[in-house]
Structure formats: structure tokens, C-alpha cells
Design a protein around this ligand. Structure first.
Ligand code: ADP
Ligand code: ASP
Ligand code: MG
Length: 813
């Protein structure tokens, strides 16, 4: 025989109940069907009770909703009208009883645990009544008659000898299909209804399977099986095909809700396998849980990750504990007497302290009883006051393959470290099937994601991007990401998730990823009012793992955010040159933080747009070379201007064309003054290993100072005055076969920028359009410098360079 348990969602709607019918009727052998209450009903019964207890008359409308939902479901699943009415009437009888209990609670404004247990029992009583009327030839049983509990430490625990006997008697002979309400039981002391705890229907099924020596216990739920982590938190979690009982037990005990933890022990004892299946996806084979360890080598080192966010740490400490026998005995005896369950313990080998984790609800009581127990030691100063640290979460990584495999703890804590998460307490039993640790609750999601990412070869890796600045470069980048996304996912297993976009006024965030088709319009229409400070606060609060801040602005306030972001393990990719060319101390500090935290601060596009200049220099230096000299044309704008000058195009017009074609800065004087080239040269010199400030660069202006004063409009008006001088210059140079180039050079840390005439055999002579060129002389590339040349400006190549920086952070194969 088999036991099949269907959870709340599996019996939550007309369609799902009809699927249950199909599944059960297809089984050849005798089957016991254990059902939960209709999905969400237990919660609703509890909230309705709470309302009634508060004297809130609206409890009635909540109750009416509960009734209506059940009557609707009955109508949907039983087509025979007469039968349908009969079942509806039977259910209404139970609802009337329930209504009277609610009324009583409402009148006396008091809800005893006994009454609460009675109220929630109706969920399963009614669902089982419905299901038994849907499945062909099904016989309904009342689990209160054979699942018996006794009271221990204030909790109802199953009286196994009695329950086993009653189950065997009840199901002898065994009908073809029996339907049993899960979760509910009754007390051997009072006969009143009790229950097995939230999620307890799994346990009911396990009790029945064990007592009746079932061939298998099938748990039908709403996911494809036991997964590497909770799929509601980790989108890349995947189904584990096989688990051992121990692994499953460890994962459930640490919060994997897919099985109620006490479920496993009874079937494990009898070696009855558990199969987890999805009612909503019959094609999925599910997860098979048995004694058998997987023999296949090379599989993931751990099987799964789970967590409990309801965690509180209590620490007993003091020098008076060192070497004293019996302190731990007293701690745990005291806790046990008060019915407090401890789910993790850690003790320093100095014996100076013992820390343990309990649920938040037990924390205050634990502190109180321990302070009483150790009152004498506390008064003598041997033990400090015992306090509880709240708002924590416990995470466990689990797997039998961890046994005797070195490096797992190292990998785990290294991963947490590089995600910027500090571990408050940790424990690993000698069985080595579980390492558990406690962190601040606000880091839970990030911790789970980081560990999942590091331990499992998920189908894909996720990088979460905040893109600030949606002007020409930013919008181009968003477009490139959108186009490239499917390919990156398919070929490289990389999912680029844009979790935030912002312009100077507005911001839009979505943890699951924004739709890129229309996110700029969406930002403009629906974005929240934003500022750089707001951006920082939201990004730090979202605290998303593997996140990258992409700065496509030219804004100082945004550049000022990098330090805080890097300090919180958010990598930075900047097209914005301000930070890398700011004071040397700031530049070096940002580089230090990123190195220290194991994240990236990248700004390849600060010089030469998408050309691989900084990366190449870094490669040279990292492989032991020394950069001695640089000579470069780094202003796409100026090069465009000098290349565009002709008999027909005067200087002022060339500037205008540069602006119109999107090469120049919004204020072209930043280019004309050489300021932009100075910044680039400073960045290059720094990356080459020299400590340089902008003020150290000798800059020769080629336009009189007066043109840089006043407003931008004035500049445009005056620009024509420059035309004749440049036309004369141009004609003379043309005769000599020379061209004008604005050249940046560095010689052993000495930097200068200025206009130079280059002759026709010089590599800079044939530099078309807005292209950039750089000659790098190093110890190895000495007589013939290395030359990098190509497009040095333009939104698409810059966006592509930013994109390449982002991809390099993902470190994909
Ligand atoms: P049921 O009502 O069928 O008993 P539950 O809600 O109790 O279903 O359990 C199934 C849910 O458990 C899933 O929807 C999923 O969100 C959650 N869950 C948590 N951890 C895991 C995990 N490791 N694998 C699968 N599901 C998990
Ligand atoms: N209905 C109960 C609950 O929601 C028991 C169960 O579904 O397993 O906790
Ligand atoms: Mg459940």
C-alpha cells in the first residue's frame, strides 16, 4: 500500500482537486490519501480567531469568505447536483459549529489554546470531507480517532504505541481508497482535538505509512521536488533528484518547508522511502528520499541550503565558567524544564562561553530562567548578565558528501566574507553533514544567494545591475544588454538582471529585474523621486548579492557614492571619469577598498571609450613589465575637430559638428581646454603606477583664456573669432604635409598635454575621425612601442566598453 499526502495548494482549487482525483484513481494498489486544509485556510482561520478575540466584528465577513470559498469549490468539483447539495449541507453543518465557536470567542474576547486548536481543526475536517466525495469509492476516516497525543513540556507529542495500534486496527481491512484529514489528532488525557503543529499533515501521512508498513510515502506539493534552496528566495535553485534521510532531515530542520521536520524520523526508522512530487507538473519525476547515498562522484559538494529567519542567540559567558564541570548541564537542563528547544549550540574551546540559538518566541523566557539559574554566579561576577541578541537568521549547508572533504568551511566563509556578511556564531557537528551559522537577519537573502551561487553549478549565474544615467551611453548600454541577454544566458549561463535604473531626478527599482524593453519610459513615467543619497540608501538597503553599480553619468555626486558602495561589496563600473581622476588619495582608496573586499572598481571607458587601454596596461604590469612612457591622442572630440577642419569647414563649425555628432562633452570647452585629456592622462599615469595629480600636468592651451570665461552662449557667439587663425595654421601645415594633433604624454611620471604638429611618417598622422591612439613604451616594448588605436568616442563603443567591464566582473567561462 501507499500513502499519498496532498498539501494545501494541491487541494486549494477546483482544478487541483480534480488533478488529485486523477492521481489517486490511477494507483492500482490500496492507497491512503492524507489531505491538508484548502490552501491558506489554516492561516485564515487563525486570523479570523484573532479578530474575534480582539472584539473586531469584521471577523464575520472573514468567516463568510471562508464559507463561500468552500461552497464554491464543492460546486466546481462535484457535478452531480444532488450530491453537490448534500456535501454542501454536510459542510454547512460543520461551518455552523465553527460559527458558534467564533461567536463565543468574540463575546468573551478570549481564545484559549484549546479553542484555537478546535477552530483550526475544521480546515482539515472539511477538506477531507470534500475530497472523499470526489474520489471514486473513497472512504473517509477521522484521524482524531487514531492519532493520539500526550502533553510533554507544554507541547502535544504523538503517543506512538497507542497511535500505531489504533491505526492498524482502523485500517484492517484496508479499503482501496481511504481519505484522512492531516494535521489533527486528539489528546489521550482529555479526548479533545489537538494538532501536530503547522505543516503537520506531512507528519500524519508519515505516521500512517509507518504503522501500516507502506511501500512509499508520497508528498504531493506545489514544487517539482526538494530543491537546492527555497525557490521563492533563490530563482536559480533546482531540484535534487535524490537525498538521504539524513540530508533531508538536516535541510527540513533548518527551514526547508517542503517537508515538516518530524515527518522523516518515523519512515526513516522503517526504511520507507519518501517521494516528493508536484501536483501541478506531473511530468517532473520529483525527489526520492531514501537510505541510499549517491555514489556518483563529481557531484556538488553540498546538497542544499536552508535557513530559519526566526533566530535569537543567547550567550552565557564569564571567566567563572572556564574548567567548571556542569555549566552546560545546568544551561540545558534549565531550558528543557521550560520546554525551550535549542536548535544550534556553539562553545569556545576556552569554555569561556556557550552560545545557543532559540526561536524568538522562546528568547525572553530563556534569558529569564538562565539568569535565575546562575543568579549566584552572576552576583559573584563569575558569569556576566545573560542577554539575547535578536533579529538574526540561521543558515545551514547540508550534504553527506561534505564528510572528510577539506575546504568546504573555507569556501563557505570565504563566500560570506566577499559578500560582506559577517558570521556571528557557527557550528559543525562531527558528523560533518551540516555546517550552520548565524548572521544578521537583513543579510539572509544575500547570504543564501551568494552561497548558492558559489556551491552549485546552477544553470546560470546572476549579476544584478544598478544603472545610473540613461543618456546616450546609458540608454545604449540598456539596449545592448537587452539584445545580448538571451545569448549570454544560453551560451555563457549568465543572467544580467537590471535591478535599478536612475537618471538625475528619478529612480526605478525591482529586485526581480526590470523589463528592458521600456524601462527608460517607465523610469520617466513611474520612477520615484531620487537623489544620489536616495540611490545609495536604497541600494544598500536592497543589499542584493553580486551587484554592480554602473555609472553612466558625468556627475560628481554619483562619483561620491563609490566609497560607500564598495564598502558594502557593490562593485562599481564607471564611465564617469570624476572618481578615477580625482585626488590621488581618493583614487587609491577606492582601489584599496575593492581589492580588500574582493570586488571590482573598473573604469576602462574613462580613456579611449571601448579601447582596451587600461586592461592592457594592467596586464603588462601584472606580468612584470614597467611602463616608462605614454604618448597618445586621447580626445576623440579634438581629433574630430582637427580632422574636420578644411577650406570649407572653419574651426567654429568643426566644434559645432563635434557637438552635434555627440562626440563632445555637453560644454565643448571641457574638451577645448584640454581638461578632459588631462583627466584621462592622469588616470593612465596612475594606472601605469605613478602618483600624479591633475595639477601636475603641464597643459598648453591653444585657445586664448578669455574664451573659457563667461557663459556657453557667449562662447558660441565668440567662437568665429578663432576661425581665421586656424585657417592660416591649416594652410601652412598642409604645405609641409603635417597635421595638428592634441597630444598627451607621460615620461616617467612627468605629464604634459598640448597641441603638436605631426609629420606624415608619424603614427599619429593618419588618425581618422574621432579615433584615439596610444603608444605605450615599456621595458619590454622599448624600441617599438605597443600601439592601440581605434574609435575613441561615441555612445555605442563606450557602452560596449562598459558592458565589457560588467562581463569581466561576472568572470564567465
Ligand atoms: P504544502 O502546502 O504542499 O505542504 P508547503 O508550502 O508546506 O506546501 O511547502 C512547499 C513550499 O516549500 C514550496 O512552495 C517552497 O516555497 C518551500 N520550500 C522551502 N525550501 C524548499 C526547498 N529546499 N525545496 C523546495 N521547496 C522549498
Ligand atoms: N493546514 C495545516 C497548516 O497549514 C497543516 C498542513 O497543511 O500541513 O499548517
Ligand atoms: Mg507543508
Amino acid at each position: 500500500m501507499k500513502v499519498l499526502k496532498f498539501g494545501g495548494t494541491s487541494v486549494g482549487s477546483v482544478n487541483s482537486i480534480l488533478t488529485v482525483k486523477k492521481i489517486v484513481e490511477a494507483v492500482d494498489e490500496p492507497v491512503i490519501v492524507v489531505v491538508s486544509a484548502l490552501g491558506g485556510v489554516t492561516d485564515k482561520l487563525l486570523t479570523t480567531s484573532a479578530m474575534a478575540t480582539r472584539g473586531d466584528a469584521d471577523y464575520e465577513s472573514e468567516f463568510t469568505e471562508i464559507i463561500a470559498r468552500h461552497l464554491d469549490v464543492i460546486k466546481g468539483v462535484i457535478s452531480d447536483e444532488q450530491r453537490c447539495r448534500k456535501v454542501q449541507n454536510e459542510v454547512m453543518e460543520l461551518m455552523d459549529e465553527l460559527g458558534n465557536i467564533f461567536k463565543g470567542v468574540y463575546l468573551i474576547k478570549d481564545l484559549s489554546p484549546k479553542t484555537s486548536d478546535a477552530i483550526v481543526s475544521y480546515g482539515e475536517r472539511i477538506s477531507s470531507l470534500i475530497v472523499s466525495n470526489v474520489i471514486d469509492k473513497a472512504q473517509l476516516f477521522d484521524s482524531r480517532k487514531f492519532v493520539k497525543t500526550l502533553r510533554q513540556f507544554n507541547k502535544h507529542i504523538v503517543d506512538f504505541p497507542l497511535t500505531n495500534k489504533l491505526v492498524k486496527d482502523t485500517f484492517n481491512p484496508l479499503p482501496k481508497v481511504s481519505v484522512v484529514p492531516g494535521f489533527i489528532s486528539s489528546s489521550i488525557e482529555t479526548g479533545e482535538v489537538t494538532n501536530l503543529g503547522r505543516g503537520g499533515s506531512d507528519y500524519t501521512a508519515s505516521i500512517l505509512a509507518t504503522a501500516l508498513d507502506a511501500s512509499i510515502l508520497e508528498i504531493w506539493t506545489d514544487v517539482d521536488g526538494f530543491m537546492t534552496a527555497d525557490p521563492k528566495v533563490i530563482s536559480s535553485a533546482y531540484v535534487i533528484d535524490k537525498l538521504t534521510f539524513t540530508e533531508a532531515m538536516e535541510l527540513c530542520n533548518f527551514g526547508a518547508k517542503v517537508i515538516y521536520p518530524p515527518t522523516i524520523y518515523p519512515v526513516y526508522h522503517k526504511n520507507i522511502p519518501i517521494l516528493i512530487r508536484n501536483t501541478f507538473n506531473l511530468d517532473a519525476p520529483g525527489t526520492y528520499i531514501s537510505k541510499e547515498k549517491e555514489k556518483i562522484s563529481g557531484k556538488a559538494l553540498i546538497k542544499g541550503i536552508s535557513s530559519i529567519n526566526d533566530t535569537c542567540l543567547v550567550t552565557v559567558q564569564g571567566l567563572g565558567m572556564v574548567g567548571v564541570i556542569g555549566v552546560n548541564y545546568r544551561i540545558f537542563k534549565t531550558l528543557a524544564k521550560s520546554g525551550i528547544s535549542v536548535f544550534m549550540v556553539s562553545q569556545a574551546s576556552s569554555e569561556n562561553n556557550t552560545t545557543f540559538a532559540v526561536r524568538n518566541a522562546d528568547a525572553d523566557l530563556a534569558v529569564q530562567v538562565l539568569n535565575q539559574e546562575f543568579a549566584l554566579e552572576r552576583s559573584q561576577g563569575e558569569i556576566s548578565e545573560i542577554i539575547a541578541e535578536k533579529e538574526l537568521a540561521t543558515v545551514a549547508i547540508v550534504g553527506e558528501n561534505m564528510k572528510r572533504t577539506p575546504g568546504i568551511a573555507g569556501k563557505l566563509f570565504g563566500t560570506l566574507g566577499s559578500a560582506g556578511i559577517s558570521v556571528i556564531a557557527c557550528a559543525q557537528g562531527a558528523s560533518e553533514t551540516n555546517i550552520s551559522f548565524v548572521i544578521k537577519r537583513q543579510y539572509l537573502r544575500k547570504a543564501l544567494n551568494s552561497i548558492h551561487d558559489s556551491f552549485f553549478l546552477s544553470q546560470y549565474k546572476v549579476l544584478n545591475l544598478f544603472i545610473v544615467g540613461v543618456g546616450t551611453v546609458g540608454s545604449n548600454l540598456l539596449n545592448q544588454i537587452r539584445i545580448q541577454q538571451p545569448k549570454l544566458m544560453q551560451q555563457n549561463g549568465l543572467k544580467l538582471n537590471v535591478v535599478g535604473v536612475a537618471n538625475s531626478k528619478r529612480a526605478l527599482f525591482c529586485r526581480e529585474g526590470l523589463k528592458l524593453e521600456n524601462c527608460i519610459e517607465d523610469l520617466k513615467a513611474n520612477g520615484e523621486a531620487s537623489s544620489s543619497e536616495h540611490l545609495r540608501n536604497v541600494i544598500l538597503e536592497m543589499n542584493i548579492f553580486n551587484s554592480v553599480f554602473v555609472d553612466c553619468t558625468a556627475n560628481q555626486d554619483i562619483a561620491d557614492l563609490y566609497e560607500a558602495l564598495l564598502n558594502n561589496n557593490v562593485s562599481v563600473v564607471a564611465a564617469n571619469k570624476i572618481a578615477a581622476s580625482s585626488q590621488y588619495s581618493n583614487y587609491i582608496n577606492l582601489k584599496k577598498i575593492s581589492r580588500h573586499r574582493g570586488i571590482k572598481f573598473l573604469f576602462e571607458t574613462n580613456v579611449g571609450a571601448g579601447l582596451p587601454i587600461i586592461n592592457t596596461m594592467n596586464d603588462l604590469i601584472n606580468s612584470g613589465d614597467h611602463i616608462l612612457k605614454l604618448k597618445a591622442v586621447l580626445s576623440g572630440t579634438l581629433n574630430f575637430i582637427f580632422n574636420t577642419l578644411s577650406a570649407d569647414v572653419p574651426f567654429s563649425r568643426a566644434i559645432l559638428l563635434a557637438k552635434e555628432d555627440g562626440y563632445s562633452e555637453p560644454d565643448p570647452r571641457i574638451d577645448l581646454s584640454g581638461k578632459d585629456v588631462v583627466r584621462k592622462l592622469v588616470i593612465l599615469a596612475r594606472e601605469a603606477g605613478y602618483q600624479v595629480e591633475q595639477s601636475d600636468v603641464k597643459c598648453q592651451l591653444f585657445i586664448p583664456e578669455s574664451f573659457f570665461k563667461g557663459s556657453l552662449e557667449q562662447f558660441w557667439q565668440n567662437a568665429k573669432q578663432l576661425d581665421s587663425k586656424f585657417e592660416t595654421m591649416r594652410q601652412e601645415l598642409e604645405k609641409e604635409h603635417k597635421r595638428l594633433r592634441f597630444v598627451a604624454s607621460m615620461d616617467n611620471g612627468e605629464c604634459r598635454v598640448g597641441l603638436e604638429e605631426v609629420s606624415s611618417h608619424h603614427p599619429f598622422y593618419d588618425l581618422e575621425g574621432s579615433n584615439n591612439i596610444i603608444m605605450i613604451s615599456t621595458e619590454r616594448y622599448h624600441d617599438y612601442p605597443m600601439i592601440i588605436k581605434g574609435y575613441g568616442a561615441g555612445a555605442d563603443v563606450t557602452a560596449a566598453g562598459v558592458f565589457a567591464d560588467i562581463i569581466s566582473i561576472a568572470n564567465i567561462r
